[in-house]
Every structure is written in structure tokens, then in C-alpha cells.
Design a protein around this ligand. Structure first.
Ligand SMILES: [Zn+2]
Ligand SMILES: [Zn+2]
Length: 294
């Protein structure tokens, strides 16, 4: 069965985040390793890391994903900001290694993929990421890096292509793979509620590993470019849309799904977990299982 979870808070320490995930019935989860809108970092006490690793092992939950800080700009033409971003990405990966998290997720949008100056942004981005990760024997971290698609409106009159650019950048930068956010993808023009949209997506993710799905419904309509997450089934993708997405098969089959849906009320996460579990149960229906070749 596909791993399922939500983004949980680390308030009170990393072991608390694990407790929250377990209480919700998650089999995987995502966290920030610190306040995501701040450059300020405090060290992770050894005892806290040890406790987290031990309890996580006992719980069997995983993989664990760390969502990188929102302030990162690895393609900035301003050297100071770029260098600070390189430093912060290193810290995110180091923190992942300290607590034994498997992946760090990094947003990468149009700015990183192309840049105003014909590819300049993309080169700065991939060079920055490469320098952080190192390669082969010089690989610096155990945790893998995943590049996540952002919400951006497609160019008028053209089919969406941001995922193709993301897959290319991930390979070029030596990332472990990509994270596909359903809200961002839908807002970027990929109609994941229809087979044609899924086929396009499958073509554009060829040659890259999809390691994580951010399973969020979208407040904005198809191709709106809006990054507004909605509860599962209550947005423009809808329950049938998610059924289509989850039932499509490779490259999304069995990929862990984590929700970053709104948390306005206490019951919000349990509600989305319940909906997601129902969707995953549909995925397991015998009619969904591929028939052997005749
Ligand atoms: Zn996301
Ligand atoms: Zn978003």
C-alpha cells in the first residue's frame, strides 16, 4: 500500500513531530527542520536526535521528508543571497542526516529553470545545487535532494512544460529525483483529473525518479498559476480527479503521498487523512489491478 502522511509541526522538538504523525495514522511524514521563513538556525541537541531516530525506528514510519526553508534562492544573481542560500541548503541536508531523514524537498520554479537572461538562472541554480551535493565519492550527504514543482501559469497557447524542465534540472543538478505537487501541477496546466493530462505528465517525467507526491487539492482552476492549497476533494481537482491521478500507474504508483492541506481547525488533518485513506482503498480495488496480458 502507498505510504501516506501529512506535514506535521516540530513544535516541542522532533520526537513530538513523530508523535503527531503517529496519532494521525501516518505511515510517512514531512517536517520543516526549523522556522521556514527565517535564516536563523539553532543546533539539534544530540539527545533529541538520538531519541527521534530510536522512536522512529520503533514506529516503522518513513521515509521522512524535510521541506527546505522558503527563503532559499539558489539562482539569485546577487552573490550574497546565493551564497547564503547555498549555506542554508547545506544545513538542511546536514540536519536531515543528523535526524536520519531520507530526503530534503526544495521548491524550484521558472526562475530557476530558465531565468530572465536565457538560461542564466538555470545554470546558477544547477551549479549551486551541484556544489552542495557533491558527486560520486565526494557525495556530501546521505539524504537525497528532491526538486519540487511550483505553481506557475503555462505560456499562453502552449501545452504545459514546467515538469519537463524540472526533471531536466533534477538530473543536471544530481538530485535524487522530484516531488510532484498536485496543486502546483494543476495550477501549471496539467489536468491530472483527465487521462490526457496524466499521459502528458508521464511523458515529461521520463528519465527522472518521482520520489514524493504532495497531495493537495487546488483552490485555483486548471492553469491558473495560483498556489492555493485546498482540502482533498474540496477544490478544483476533486475526488474523481484524485482517483484518476492515483489510479494512473507509473511513474506515480506506490510513490509516498503527503498532504500540505490547510490546518485551520483541529479536525482538518484527520479529515484529510480519512479522505486520503478512502482514495487509497479505491486504488487497491481488484478492478484497478492490471490484468495479465492475454
Ligand atoms: Zn508542496
Ligand atoms: Zn504550494
Amino acid at each position: 500500500m502507498r505510504k501516506l502522511g501529512v506535514h506535521v509541526s516540530i513544535a516541542g522538538g522532533f520526537p513530538k513531530a513523530l508523535e503527531r504523525a503517529m496519532a494521525l495514522g501516518c505511515t510517512t511524514f514531512q517536517i520543516f527542520s526549523h522556522s521556514p521563513r527565517s535564516w536563523h538556525l539553532t543546533g539539534i541537541p544530540d539527545e533529541e536526535a538520538r531519541q527521534f531516530i530510536k522512536q522512529r525506528e520503533k514506529s516503522g514510519l518513513g521515509p521522512v521528508f524535510i521541506h527546505a526553508c522558503y527563503l532559499l534562492n539558489l539562482s539569485s544573481p546577487q552573490t550574497a543571497l546565493r551564497e547564503k542560500s547555498v549555506w542554508m541548503l547545506e544545513q538542511e541536508l546536514r540536519r536531515a542526516d543528523i535526524i536520519g531523514a531520507e530526503y530534503v524537498v526544495l521548491h524550484s520554479g521558472r526562475q530557476e529553470m530558465a531565468g530572465e537572461d536565457e538560461g542564466g538562472g538555470r545554470i546558477l541554480f544547477t551549479e549551486s545545487v551541484k556544489s552542495v551535493l557533491g558527486r560520486g565519492k565526494n557525495k556530501k550527504f546521505r539524504a537525497g535532494l528532491l526538486l519540487e514543482n511550483t505553481a506557475e501559469a503555462p505560456a499562453p497557447g502552449a501545452p504545459p512544460s514546467s515538469i519537463k524542465a524540472l526533471a531536466h534540472a533534477a538530473n543536471e543538478a544530481g538530485a535524487a529525483g522530484i516531488c510532484f505537487d498536485t496543486c502546483h501541477g494543476f495550477a501549471s496546466g496539467y489536468d491530472i483529473a483527465a487521462s490526457a493530462g496524466m499521459e502528458l505528465l508521464a511523458r515529461q517525467t521520463q528519465g527522472v525518479r518521482v520520489c514524493l507526491i504532495h497531495m493537495n487539492d487546488s483552490k485555483g482552476r486548471l492553469g491558473s498559476g495560483l498556489d492555493r492549497h485546498e482540502h482533498l476533494g474540496k477544490g478544483a481537482i476533486g475526488l474523481e480527479g484524485f482517483e484518476n491521478f492515483l489510479g494512473f500507474g507509473p511513474p506515480f504508483r506506490d510513490v509516498p503521498a503527503i498532504m500540505e492541506t490547510p490546518k485551520k481547525k483541529e479536525g482538518d488533518d484527520p479529515m484529510n487523512m480519512k479522505t486520503a485513506m478512502e482514495l487509497l482503498a479505491l486504488e487497491q480495488r481488484p478492478s484497478r489491478v492490471e490484468k495479465p496480458e492475454q
